[in-house]
Design a protein around this ligand. Structure first.
Ligand code: FEO
Length: 395
Protein backbone atom coordinates (compact mmCIF):
# COMPACT_ATOMS: atom_id res chain seq x y z
CA UNK A 1 0.00 0.00 0.00
CA UNK A 2 1.37 3.41 -0.95
CA UNK A 3 1.16 5.47 2.23
CA UNK A 4 3.38 8.36 1.16
CA UNK A 5 1.64 11.71 0.62
CA UNK A 6 4.95 13.40 -0.07
CA UNK A 7 8.53 13.11 1.09
CA UNK A 8 8.51 12.37 4.86
CA UNK A 9 4.76 12.76 5.15
CA UNK A 10 3.02 9.40 5.50
CA UNK A 11 -0.40 7.97 6.26
CA UNK A 12 -0.18 5.90 9.47
CA UNK A 13 -3.89 5.23 10.11
CA UNK A 14 -6.12 2.16 10.13
CA UNK A 15 -8.43 0.65 7.51
CA UNK A 16 -11.55 -0.73 9.23
CA UNK A 17 -12.79 -3.10 6.56
CA UNK A 18 -15.53 -4.70 8.63
CA UNK A 19 -17.31 -1.84 10.38
CA UNK A 20 -20.92 -1.64 9.18
CA UNK A 21 -22.46 0.53 11.90
CA UNK A 22 -20.78 3.80 12.81
CA UNK A 23 -22.99 5.14 15.61
CA UNK A 24 -26.00 4.27 13.46
CA UNK A 25 -24.49 5.37 10.14
CA UNK A 26 -24.55 2.36 7.79
CA UNK A 27 -20.97 2.04 6.60
CA UNK A 28 -21.54 -0.45 3.81
CA UNK A 29 -18.05 0.09 2.44
CA UNK A 30 -16.30 0.12 5.84
CA UNK A 31 -14.26 3.08 7.06
CA UNK A 32 -10.75 4.34 7.66
CA UNK A 33 -9.36 6.37 10.54
CA UNK A 34 -6.63 8.40 8.93
CA UNK A 35 -3.60 9.61 10.87
CA UNK A 36 -0.54 11.17 9.33
CA UNK A 37 3.12 11.45 10.35
CA UNK A 38 5.03 14.57 9.32
CA UNK A 39 8.79 14.14 9.81
CA UNK A 40 11.06 17.15 9.80
CA UNK A 41 13.52 18.47 12.38
CA UNK A 42 10.52 17.89 14.64
CA UNK A 43 8.01 15.11 14.08
CA UNK A 44 4.25 15.58 14.32
CA UNK A 45 1.50 12.99 14.37
CA UNK A 46 -1.64 14.49 12.87
CA UNK A 47 -4.66 12.88 14.53
CA UNK A 48 -5.03 9.42 15.96
CA UNK A 49 -7.32 6.42 15.51
CA UNK A 50 -10.23 4.66 17.21
CA UNK A 51 -9.21 3.08 20.52
CA UNK A 52 -9.06 -0.59 19.44
CA UNK A 53 -6.59 0.26 16.67
CA UNK A 54 -3.90 2.22 18.52
CA UNK A 55 -1.47 -0.73 18.28
CA UNK A 56 -1.82 -0.58 14.48
CA UNK A 57 -1.14 3.15 14.57
CA UNK A 58 1.95 2.68 16.72
CA UNK A 59 3.24 -0.08 14.45
CA UNK A 60 2.82 2.22 11.45
CA UNK A 61 4.65 5.05 13.23
CA UNK A 62 7.47 2.68 14.20
CA UNK A 63 7.99 1.81 10.54
CA UNK A 64 9.10 5.44 10.07
CA UNK A 65 10.64 6.48 13.40
CA UNK A 66 11.01 5.57 17.06
CA UNK A 67 8.03 6.41 19.22
CA UNK A 68 10.09 8.67 21.48
CA UNK A 69 11.00 10.79 18.44
CA UNK A 70 7.43 12.07 18.03
CA UNK A 71 7.30 15.65 19.32
CA UNK A 72 3.67 16.58 18.74
CA UNK A 73 0.26 14.94 18.52
CA UNK A 74 -2.02 17.37 16.70
CA UNK A 75 -5.65 16.70 17.63
CA UNK A 76 -7.88 18.32 15.03
CA UNK A 77 -11.01 16.74 16.51
CA UNK A 78 -11.70 14.84 19.72
CA UNK A 79 -14.57 12.57 18.66
CA UNK A 80 -13.76 9.03 19.79
CA UNK A 81 -13.18 7.67 16.26
CA UNK A 82 -10.04 9.84 16.32
CA UNK A 83 -9.48 10.79 19.95
CA UNK A 84 -10.76 7.60 21.62
CA UNK A 85 -7.29 6.05 21.65
CA UNK A 86 -5.50 9.16 22.88
CA UNK A 87 -4.75 7.87 26.40
CA UNK A 88 -2.83 4.92 24.99
CA UNK A 89 -1.26 7.03 22.24
CA UNK A 90 -0.02 9.71 24.63
CA UNK A 91 1.37 7.01 26.93
CA UNK A 92 3.21 5.37 24.02
CA UNK A 93 4.73 8.64 22.74
CA UNK A 94 6.54 9.83 25.87
CA UNK A 95 7.91 13.07 24.43
CA UNK A 96 4.84 14.22 22.54
CA UNK A 97 3.01 17.45 23.33
CA UNK A 98 -0.72 17.42 22.54
CA UNK A 99 -1.56 20.31 20.20
CA UNK A 100 -5.21 21.33 19.96
CA UNK A 101 -7.57 24.25 20.48
CA UNK A 102 -9.10 25.05 23.87
CA UNK A 103 -12.47 23.48 23.08
CA UNK A 104 -10.74 20.30 22.00
CA UNK A 105 -8.77 20.21 25.24
CA UNK A 106 -12.02 20.56 27.20
CA UNK A 107 -13.58 17.65 25.32
CA UNK A 108 -10.45 15.49 25.57
CA UNK A 109 -10.41 16.14 29.30
CA UNK A 110 -14.02 14.92 29.49
CA UNK A 111 -13.08 11.62 27.90
CA UNK A 112 -9.60 10.96 29.33
CA UNK A 113 -7.65 11.40 32.54
CA UNK A 114 -5.19 13.97 31.20
CA UNK A 115 -3.14 14.25 34.38
CA UNK A 116 0.48 14.73 33.36
CA UNK A 117 -0.27 15.43 29.67
CA UNK A 118 1.54 18.35 28.07
CA UNK A 119 -0.82 20.52 26.06
CA UNK A 120 -0.02 23.29 23.61
CA UNK A 121 -3.21 25.25 22.96
CA UNK A 122 -3.57 26.89 19.54
CA UNK A 123 -6.11 29.07 17.78
CA UNK A 124 -6.69 30.26 14.23
CA UNK A 125 -3.58 31.91 12.83
CA UNK A 126 -1.14 30.18 15.18
CA UNK A 127 1.84 28.36 13.70
CA UNK A 128 4.23 25.68 14.81
CA UNK A 129 7.52 25.25 12.99
CA UNK A 130 8.71 21.70 12.42
CA UNK A 131 11.89 22.86 10.67
CA UNK A 132 11.49 23.26 6.93
CA UNK A 133 7.74 22.88 7.30
CA UNK A 134 5.20 24.81 9.28
CA UNK A 135 1.91 23.73 10.78
CA UNK A 136 -0.74 26.45 10.56
CA UNK A 137 -3.99 26.04 12.46
CA UNK A 138 -7.47 27.08 11.36
CA UNK A 139 -10.35 26.51 13.76
CA UNK A 140 -13.50 25.27 11.99
CA UNK A 141 -16.08 25.23 14.81
CA UNK A 142 -19.17 23.09 14.20
CA UNK A 143 -17.73 21.39 11.14
CA UNK A 144 -18.83 19.32 12.77
CA UNK A 145 -17.99 19.63 16.51
CA UNK A 146 -17.12 22.77 18.49
CA UNK A 147 -13.48 21.63 18.66
CA UNK A 148 -12.99 20.97 14.94
CA UNK A 149 -9.84 22.35 13.37
CA UNK A 150 -7.83 22.16 10.14
CA UNK A 151 -4.04 21.95 10.04
CA UNK A 152 -2.31 23.34 6.97
CA UNK A 153 1.28 23.01 5.76
CA UNK A 154 1.85 26.00 3.44
CA UNK A 155 5.24 24.76 2.18
CA UNK A 156 3.52 21.63 0.79
CA UNK A 157 0.10 23.17 0.04
CA UNK A 158 -1.31 20.34 2.12
CA UNK A 159 -4.49 20.62 4.18
CA UNK A 160 -5.37 18.12 6.91
CA UNK A 161 -9.14 18.64 6.94
CA UNK A 162 -10.26 16.28 9.69
CA UNK A 163 -13.82 14.99 8.97
CA UNK A 164 -14.50 17.56 6.22
CA UNK A 165 -14.21 16.08 2.70
CA UNK A 166 -14.06 12.60 4.26
CA UNK A 167 -15.79 9.41 3.21
CA UNK A 168 -16.52 6.15 5.01
CA UNK A 169 -14.72 4.06 2.46
CA UNK A 170 -12.34 1.21 3.28
CA UNK A 171 -9.91 0.61 0.45
CA UNK A 172 -6.32 -0.48 -0.01
CA UNK A 173 -5.81 2.73 -2.01
CA UNK A 174 -4.99 5.95 -0.25
CA UNK A 175 -5.57 8.48 -3.05
CA UNK A 176 -8.60 9.66 -5.00
CA UNK A 177 -7.03 8.87 -8.38
CA UNK A 178 -6.50 5.21 -7.43
CA UNK A 179 -10.21 4.44 -7.00
CA UNK A 180 -13.48 5.13 -8.80
CA UNK A 181 -14.33 8.84 -8.57
CA UNK A 182 -18.06 8.13 -8.68
CA UNK A 183 -17.77 5.76 -5.70
CA UNK A 184 -15.69 8.26 -3.75
CA UNK A 185 -18.12 11.11 -4.45
CA UNK A 186 -21.06 8.85 -3.55
CA UNK A 187 -19.46 8.08 -0.19
CA UNK A 188 -18.47 11.74 0.33
CA UNK A 189 -22.09 12.74 -0.31
CA UNK A 190 -23.33 10.11 2.13
CA UNK A 191 -20.82 11.34 4.70
CA UNK A 192 -21.86 14.96 4.20
CA UNK A 193 -25.58 14.16 4.43
CA UNK A 194 -25.29 12.12 7.61
CA UNK A 195 -22.57 13.93 9.52
CA UNK A 196 -22.10 17.47 8.23
CA UNK A 197 -25.52 18.53 6.85
CA UNK A 198 -26.75 20.38 9.98
CA UNK A 199 -23.82 22.79 9.72
CA UNK A 200 -24.17 24.06 6.14
CA UNK A 201 -23.66 27.72 7.06
CA UNK A 202 -20.45 26.92 8.91
CA UNK A 203 -19.30 24.79 5.97
CA UNK A 204 -19.78 27.77 3.65
CA UNK A 205 -17.60 29.88 5.95
CA UNK A 206 -14.94 27.19 6.03
CA UNK A 207 -15.00 26.94 2.23
CA UNK A 208 -14.50 30.70 2.06
CA UNK A 209 -11.53 30.41 4.42
CA UNK A 210 -10.11 27.48 2.43
CA UNK A 211 -10.43 29.45 -0.83
CA UNK A 212 -7.72 31.77 0.52
CA UNK A 213 -5.29 28.87 0.84
CA UNK A 214 -3.13 27.43 -1.89
CA UNK A 215 -4.08 23.74 -1.74
CA UNK A 216 -2.64 20.86 -3.76
CA UNK A 217 -3.78 18.08 -1.48
CA UNK A 218 -6.57 17.57 1.06
CA UNK A 219 -5.99 14.79 3.57
CA UNK A 220 -9.20 14.08 5.51
CA UNK A 221 -9.60 11.88 8.56
CA UNK A 222 -11.67 9.30 6.69
CA UNK A 223 -11.35 7.68 3.28
CA UNK A 224 -9.08 8.57 0.41
CA UNK A 225 -6.87 11.63 0.10
CA UNK A 226 -7.80 14.24 -2.50
CA UNK A 227 -4.83 15.04 -4.74
CA UNK A 228 -6.39 14.97 -8.23
CA UNK A 229 -10.10 15.66 -7.94
CA UNK A 230 -10.03 18.70 -5.64
CA UNK A 231 -12.26 20.84 -7.90
CA UNK A 232 -14.91 18.12 -7.89
CA UNK A 233 -15.08 17.67 -4.11
CA UNK A 234 -14.87 21.41 -3.41
CA UNK A 235 -17.69 22.20 -5.82
CA UNK A 236 -19.84 19.39 -4.39
CA UNK A 237 -19.29 20.75 -0.88
CA UNK A 238 -20.38 24.21 -2.02
CA UNK A 239 -23.63 22.68 -3.38
CA UNK A 240 -24.24 20.43 -0.39
CA UNK A 241 -23.61 23.30 2.05
CA UNK A 242 -26.74 24.98 0.75
CA UNK A 243 -28.67 21.69 0.24
CA UNK A 244 -28.89 22.70 -3.41
CA UNK A 245 -31.89 21.02 -4.99
CA UNK A 246 -31.65 18.94 -8.13
CA UNK A 247 -34.73 18.10 -10.21
CA UNK A 248 -35.46 15.18 -7.96
CA UNK A 249 -38.47 13.81 -6.09
CA UNK A 250 -38.11 11.48 -3.10
CA UNK A 251 -41.24 9.54 -2.21
CA UNK A 252 -40.71 7.76 1.08
CA UNK A 253 -43.24 5.78 3.03
CA UNK A 254 -44.02 3.13 5.59
CA UNK A 255 -47.08 0.95 5.24
CA UNK A 256 -49.13 -1.51 7.34
CA UNK A 257 -51.27 -3.36 4.82
CA UNK A 258 -49.88 -1.92 1.57
CA UNK A 259 -52.55 0.74 1.09
CA UNK A 260 -50.05 3.56 1.64
CA UNK A 261 -47.58 1.65 -0.48
CA UNK A 262 -50.06 1.53 -3.38
CA UNK A 263 -50.49 5.30 -3.16
CA UNK A 264 -46.70 5.77 -3.04
CA UNK A 265 -46.26 3.61 -6.12
CA UNK A 266 -48.96 5.45 -8.04
CA UNK A 267 -47.32 8.76 -7.13
CA UNK A 268 -43.98 7.38 -8.30
CA UNK A 269 -45.55 6.36 -11.61
CA UNK A 270 -46.88 9.88 -12.09
CA UNK A 271 -43.63 11.51 -11.01
CA UNK A 272 -41.51 9.51 -13.44
CA UNK A 273 -41.30 12.18 -16.11
CA UNK A 274 -38.39 13.06 -18.32
CA UNK A 275 -35.76 15.28 -16.78
CA UNK A 276 -36.69 14.50 -13.18
CA UNK A 277 -35.18 11.77 -11.03
CA UNK A 278 -37.74 10.05 -8.83
CA UNK A 279 -36.72 7.84 -5.93
CA UNK A 280 -39.14 5.56 -4.06
CA UNK A 281 -38.03 4.50 -0.58
CA UNK A 282 -39.81 2.12 1.75
CA UNK A 283 -38.19 3.33 4.96
CA UNK A 284 -38.38 -0.11 6.52
CA UNK A 285 -36.25 -1.45 3.67
CA UNK A 286 -33.81 1.47 3.63
CA UNK A 287 -31.27 2.61 6.19
CA UNK A 288 -31.54 6.05 7.76
CA UNK A 289 -28.20 6.73 6.07
CA UNK A 290 -29.63 6.18 2.60
CA UNK A 291 -32.78 8.21 3.31
CA UNK A 292 -30.75 11.23 4.49
CA UNK A 293 -28.43 10.99 1.49
CA UNK A 294 -31.35 10.96 -0.95
CA UNK A 295 -33.04 13.91 0.76
CA UNK A 296 -29.89 16.08 0.69
CA UNK A 297 -30.24 17.13 -2.96
CA UNK A 298 -33.98 16.48 -3.52
CA UNK A 299 -36.25 19.37 -4.49
CA UNK A 300 -39.45 17.65 -3.35
CA UNK A 301 -40.01 15.08 -0.61
CA UNK A 302 -43.35 13.28 -0.25
CA UNK A 303 -43.77 11.43 3.03
CA UNK A 304 -46.34 8.70 3.48
CA UNK A 305 -47.48 6.74 6.50
CA UNK A 306 -50.33 4.58 7.55
CA UNK A 307 -52.11 5.43 10.75
CA UNK A 308 -51.31 3.33 13.83
CA UNK A 309 -53.04 4.07 17.12
CA UNK A 310 -53.42 7.73 16.14
CA UNK A 311 -49.77 8.04 15.24
CA UNK A 312 -47.52 7.69 12.22
CA UNK A 313 -45.79 4.32 11.96
CA UNK A 314 -42.80 4.08 14.30
CA UNK A 315 -40.13 3.61 11.63
CA UNK A 316 -41.30 6.78 9.89
CA UNK A 317 -41.15 8.54 13.27
CA UNK A 318 -37.52 7.40 13.56
CA UNK A 319 -36.73 8.68 10.06
CA UNK A 320 -38.32 12.07 10.75
CA UNK A 321 -36.51 12.39 14.09
CA UNK A 322 -33.23 11.64 12.33
CA UNK A 323 -33.94 14.13 9.52
CA UNK A 324 -35.06 16.79 12.00
CA UNK A 325 -31.59 16.69 13.54
CA UNK A 326 -29.87 16.83 10.15
CA UNK A 327 -31.95 19.89 9.18
CA UNK A 328 -32.19 19.61 5.40
CA UNK A 329 -33.27 23.07 4.26
CA UNK A 330 -35.11 24.49 1.27
CA UNK A 331 -37.22 21.44 0.46
CA UNK A 332 -40.85 21.25 -0.60
CA UNK A 333 -42.87 18.49 1.00
CA UNK A 334 -46.24 16.83 1.30
CA UNK A 335 -47.87 14.21 3.51
CA UNK A 336 -49.89 11.26 2.30
CA UNK A 337 -51.18 7.91 3.50
CA UNK A 338 -53.99 5.59 4.36
CA UNK A 339 -56.03 5.48 7.56
CA UNK A 340 -58.93 3.44 8.95
CA UNK A 341 -61.14 4.66 11.76
CA UNK A 342 -58.63 6.90 13.47
CA UNK A 343 -56.39 9.66 12.31
CA UNK A 344 -53.15 11.30 13.36
CA UNK A 345 -50.33 9.78 11.30
CA UNK A 346 -50.65 11.93 8.20
CA UNK A 347 -51.42 14.98 10.31
CA UNK A 348 -48.20 14.47 12.28
CA UNK A 349 -46.19 14.29 9.05
CA UNK A 350 -47.90 17.44 7.80
CA UNK A 351 -47.00 19.22 11.05
CA UNK A 352 -43.41 17.97 10.76
CA UNK A 353 -43.14 19.50 7.27
CA UNK A 354 -44.36 22.80 8.73
CA UNK A 355 -41.94 22.56 11.64
CA UNK A 356 -39.07 22.01 9.20
CA UNK A 357 -40.11 25.24 7.46
CA UNK A 358 -40.38 23.40 4.16
CA UNK A 359 -42.82 24.69 1.56
CA UNK A 360 -45.95 22.60 1.16
CA UNK A 361 -45.94 21.42 -2.44
CA UNK A 362 -49.39 19.83 -2.26
CA UNK A 363 -52.04 19.52 0.41
CA UNK A 364 -52.15 16.35 2.48
CA UNK A 365 -53.49 13.40 0.49
CA UNK A 366 -55.32 10.80 2.56
CA UNK A 367 -57.23 7.65 1.71
CA UNK A 368 -59.64 5.71 3.92
CA UNK A 369 -58.67 2.02 3.93
CA UNK A 370 -57.47 0.67 0.56
CA UNK A 371 -57.19 3.03 -2.43
CA UNK A 372 -59.50 2.29 -5.32
CA UNK A 373 -58.79 3.07 -8.98
CA UNK A 374 -59.99 6.66 -8.62
CA UNK A 375 -57.72 7.32 -5.64
CA UNK A 376 -54.73 5.78 -7.43
CA UNK A 377 -55.44 7.86 -10.51
CA UNK A 378 -55.49 10.97 -8.31
CA UNK A 379 -52.21 9.87 -6.65
CA UNK A 380 -50.63 9.50 -10.07
CA UNK A 381 -51.72 13.02 -11.00
CA UNK A 382 -50.23 14.34 -7.75
CA UNK A 383 -46.97 12.55 -8.54
CA UNK A 384 -46.80 14.39 -11.85
CA UNK A 385 -47.40 17.71 -10.07
CA UNK A 386 -44.54 16.91 -7.66
CA UNK A 387 -42.16 16.15 -10.51
CA UNK A 388 -43.10 19.30 -12.42
CA UNK A 389 -42.59 21.33 -9.26
CA UNK A 390 -39.19 19.68 -8.70
CA UNK A 391 -38.20 20.66 -12.23
CA UNK A 392 -39.23 24.27 -11.59
CA UNK A 393 -37.46 24.52 -8.22
CA UNK A 394 -34.22 23.17 -9.61
CA UNK A 395 -34.17 25.58 -12.58
FE1 FEO B 1 -14.60 11.25 12.33
FE2 FEO B 1 -16.43 13.59 13.91
O1 FEO B 1 -15.32 12.12 13.78
Amino acid sequence: MNTMLMNNINWVGYVDWNVRDFHGYSTDRGATYNAYLVQDEKTALIDSVKAPYVDNLLKNIRSHTDLDKVDYIVVNHAEPDHGGGLSKTVEALPNAVVVCDQKCKDIISGHHDTTGWNFHIVKTGDELSLGKRTLQFIETPMVHWPDSMFTYIPEEKLLFSMDAFGQHYATSARFDDEVSLSTTLEEAKKYYANIVMPFGKMVSKVLDAASGLDIDMIAPSHGVIWRTHLPEILSRYAEWAECKARPKVVIMYDTMWQATEKIAMAMTEGASIEGVETILLNVRASSLTVVATEVLDAAVVAIGTSNLNQNMLPMMAAVLTYLKGLKPVGKSGMAFGSYGWGKGGCEQVDQWINDMKWDTVHEMFKCKFTPDAAVLSEAEKIGKILAEKAGEIAQ
